[in-house]
Ligand binder design. Structure first.
Ligand code: SF4
Length: 250
């Protein structure tokens, strides 16, 4: 079993990726190429800035952060995000296993790009799955991230079948993901999932734009602006019709 994780960066006191205050580890490497990705420097698995950490080193960090986890009143723990953490499923599984043995809550933030036995094994040690479902229409999904949504939907079904908790995430991008008919189709698709305890709408922002310049890459959503309050309200209304109070705008 792989003993080290390839990491882009860490966030202590993370409050956006799972319940409570968390240590968030951003894994290096991602098979998707989302046009709006605000961390394009996490996409390649091999970079000269990659940090390598062993399972024990990550657990040590977690132990150090432990005193802060309870302070939000909702508990906290470890989130592994990315990039796409399931590219390194075996290493993440080893970390989650050990974290759970020590009583920490584990949360996996994934785009759902990869389906295999290692990922299913990883889900067994994942207390909460944060699954980004970027578009319900396959053509739009391909245009937006460069690949089909087949694996994403398979992952959603695998988690649902396991009966274990999942939050769904939706990045709201004007002109790309805010088509009313597709938001409705997205909501209807997941409305009967019993494991979904929260639906998070993440309004598109432009914070990662400058990184494309630094990487010598063209930012293809140059003309796109963050959604207006009216656009956010419309998305919230559509999702609320199906998920009620589970809907939250980040
Ligand atoms: S899935 Fe996440 S990390 Fe990967 S390209 Fe998309 S936004 Fe970036």
């Amino acid at each position: 079993m792989a003993k080290t994780l390839r990491i882009h960066s860490f966030e202590t006191f993370g409050v956006h990726d799972g319940p409570g205050i968390r240590l968030v580890v951003f894994a290096q490497g991602c098979p998707f190429r989302c046009l709006y990705c605000h961390n394009p420097d996490t996409q390649d698995l091999e970079t000269n800035k990659t940090i390598l950490k062993t399972v024990d080193e990550i657990i040590e960090l977690l132990e150090r952060e432990k005193p802060y986890f309870g302070k939000s009143g909702t508990g906290g723990g470890l989130t592994i995000s990315g990039g796409e953490p399931t590219l390194q499923a075996k290493a993440v599984t080893a970390i989650f296993k050990k974290a759970q043995e020590k009583g920490f809550h584990t949360c996996l933030d994934t785009c759902g790009a990869i389906v295999n036995k290692d990922v299913e094994e990883l889900y067994r040690y994942t207390d909460l799955l944060l699954l980004d479902v970027k578009h319900i229409n396959n053509d739009w999904h391909r245009k937006l991230v460069g690949q089909s949504n087949d694996n994403v939907l398979k992952n959603a079904k695998i988690r649902e079948k396991s009966g274990r908790e999942m939050w769904l995430r939706y990045v709201l991008v004007p002109g790309w993901t805010n088509q009313k008919e597709y938001m409705l189709a997205w909501a209807k698709y997941f409305a009967h999932f019993k494991t979904v305890s929260r639906v998070e709408i993440l309004p598109y922002h432009e914070l990662g734009k400058h990184k494309y310049q630094e990487l010598g890459r063209k930012y293809l959503l140059e003309e796109i602006k963050p959604p207006s309050q009216a656009e956010i309200n419309q998305a919230k209304e559509i999702f609320t019709e199906y998920f009620g109070e589970k809907v939250l705008v980040h």
